[in-house]
Design a protein around this ligand. Structure first.
Ligand code: PGA
Length: 239
């Protein structure tokens, strides 16, 4: 399992359903990884194996995993198959999976537990919708999500949390810096168990705001969608 403590920050590129072989080749030629940081590229699964290079600070992450270990589940990829392909991280419970693929906290919990068993670090995503934020339900929603999604086997060395307000994903909107820092502090204080967890922020992170977000005292890195598709932009974020 990757030793998370040796990195000052963690940056994850979430390519979602984007990219192809040519894009990948060009991207990896231009990518400039900073050795103080842990950089993780979550490409579509079919490209994951071809991405594993020699850079010791560059890792591959999957965007999802099956909650089943094996059997008649057409289209699924198990945690052990990801391990077999040298994958070290996997996003779990991304809001797009929760929204479009009906992923629930209990699936997220099972998936994360299976990943940990295979020494893959789950990146468990949580976040409130705009409606929930406006109703001042953020704390309640996040508390429920984290308690139900994080398996009992999780600890600060084998699991990452990503706080991604749903309304900030792909919209260009972000919470204020104070709000981000407060929510991260809140997450770390939901339970003593979470106190040392690394919590990443995601939602409209770009080169123009990544430094000020990542510099916040309770932020341990960023999860980047749209801006991670432009390698020059991503290079600035991880520099
Ligand atoms: P965004 O996406 O950076 O495009 O807002 C983040 C994410 O979905 O993880």
């Amino acid at each position: 399992m990757v030793n998370l403590t040796k990195f000052s920050s963690i940056f994850i590129a979430n390519w979602k359903l984007n990219g192809n072989s040519l894009f990948l080749k060009d991207y990896y030629e231009k990518l400039k990884v900073n050795s103080n940081n842990c950089t993780i590229i979550c490409s579509p699964s079919i490209y994951l194996k071809s991405l594993k290079g020699n850079n010791i600070n560059l890792f591959c992450g999957a965007q999802d995993v099956s909650s089943y270990k094996e059997g008649a589940y057409t289209g699924e990829l198990s945690a052990s198959m990801l391990k077999d392909s040298n994958i070290d991280f996997c996003l779990v419970g991304h809001s797009e999976r929760r929204q479009y693929f009906a992923e629930m906290n209990d699936n997220v919990n099972i998936k994360s537990s299976n990943l940990i068993e295979e020494n893959i670090i789950p990146v468990i995503c949580i976040g409130e919708t705009l409606e929930q934020k406006e109703k001042k339900l953020t704390e309640e929603i996040l508390s429920t999500q984290i308690k139900a999604s994080v398996p009992s086997s999780a600890d600060h060395q084998n699991t990452l949390i990503a706080y991604e307000p749903v309304w900030a994903i792909g919209t260009g909107l972000t919470p204020t810096l104070d709000e981000i820092n407060q929510v991260h502090e809140l997450i770390k204080n939901f339970d003593t168990k979470f106190r040392n967890f690394k919590v990443l922020y995601g939602g409209s992170v770009k080169s123009a705001n990544s430094k000020e977000i990542n510099d916040l005292s309770h932020v341990d890195g960023c999860l980047i969608g749209g801006a991670s598709l432009k390698v020059d932009e991503f290079n600035i974020i991880i520099s």
